[in-house]
Design a protein. Structure first.
Length: 316
């Protein structure tokens, strides 16, 4: 069973983000049936530790209690599917719903994570718009909880202020064709718009990718970042494309990151990261960055003239 669609949300205003019909109107979405992974990470100072196993269980209990409130606010009412999670690597809770599953936990380094595995893009859109209005408040309360339950030493509790945070959206595309031809294109043919030349066996740059022996290469990667200053907290946009050699080079792996961190101001000084502003403006990484730039422009122009499939899990 799954939660009923369209439940009332007390966590925030879902109208900040368009309906799926409006959100998915750009033509590239005809190829984007699935998203393979989403993660929101909050990096914390390495200034606390689990005092003992009991403190880890207490933190997991606090995560459970806070998530329970968030689930109700988002209209996810299968509260019996919320489970504690305590291991050497993760302390938190998991919502084990077959449509809206996700996990919130502190990892072994003390950083906070919200993760969701792959699903249809439309289902992800519903999950994101229902849950994310509550996330900033959830993060604030979980940081207070872990500060209450952990200590840097036997006497001194530490205030935890996030150092950095990142939204990551991942997609796996495969079996690229150029209609009317049904021939599957190699990923390197698409990546030539980003990687114009490759080194040969002597290290010289070739005149073109086509003049090299592809069998001599492993994965072909492209990654670049740029600053976005449209929000209250400037953020770094990261565009990454991987072209693995397996499966006869017929897939492309897209990883789009939206990173909040300390930044350089116009006068050359360093400005502090504002986690409250960054986490409050959850629509910016999803709509303005992912939809409007990463997918509707970057992926659309990179794959222009191609049709392709996406997967929510492993490649077939």
């Amino acid at each position: 069973m799954t939660d009923s669609v369209g439940g009332d949300s007390l966590g925030g205003d879902e109208s900040v983000i368009q309906s799926w019909q409006e959100f998915s109107s750009p033509s590239i979405f005809a190829n984007l049936g699935n998203i393979s992974e989403f993660a929101l990470s909050v990096e914390l100072p390495k200034a606390f530790r689990w005092v003992d196993t009991s403190s880890a269980h207490r933190v997991a209990g606090r995560v459970y209690d806070e998530l329970r409130e968030v689930l109700v606010a988002a209209g996810f009412y299968r509260l019996e599917s919320l489970k504690l999670l305590v291991s050497d690597e993760r302390v938190g809770a998991r919502y084990e719903d077959d449509a809206f599953e996700f996990i919130v936990y502190f990892d072994s380094d003390g950083d906070l994570w919200l993760r969701r595995t792959g699903s249809s893009f439309e289902r992800f859109h519903e999950w994101y718009t229902r849950l994310m209005p509550s996330v900033r408040g959830l993060v604030d309360r979980l940081l207070m909880a872990v500060a209450d339950e952990t200590k840097y030493d036997a006497e001194m509790k530490r205030e935890l202020q996030p150092l950095r945070s990142q939204y990551r959206f991942k997609f796996v595309g495969y079996d690229f064709t150029k209609p009317p031809s049904k021939e599957i294109q190699r990923n390197v043919a698409i990546l030539t718009r980003l990687v114009a030349a490759l080194p040969d066996e002597a290290g010289h740059l070739s005149d073109g990718v086509g003049n090299t022996q592809l069998e001599d290469f492993g994965r072909l990667d492209f990654s670049i970042s740029r600053w976005d200053r449209s929000g209250r907290s400037p953020a770094r946009e990261v565009y990454t494309v991987e072209g693995p050699a397996n499966r006869r080079r017929t897939s492309l792996w897209f990883d789009f990151g939206y990173v909040g961190e300390t930044y350089e101001s116009a006068d050359g000084g360093r400005e502090p990261f504002d986690p409250s502003a960054f986490l409050s403006e959850y629509e910016i990484p999803y709509v303005q960055f992912l939809r409007n730039r990463a997918l509707s422009k970057f992926v659309s122009e990179l794959t222009e003239g191609h049709v392709f499939l996406t997967t929510a899990g492993r490649l077939p």
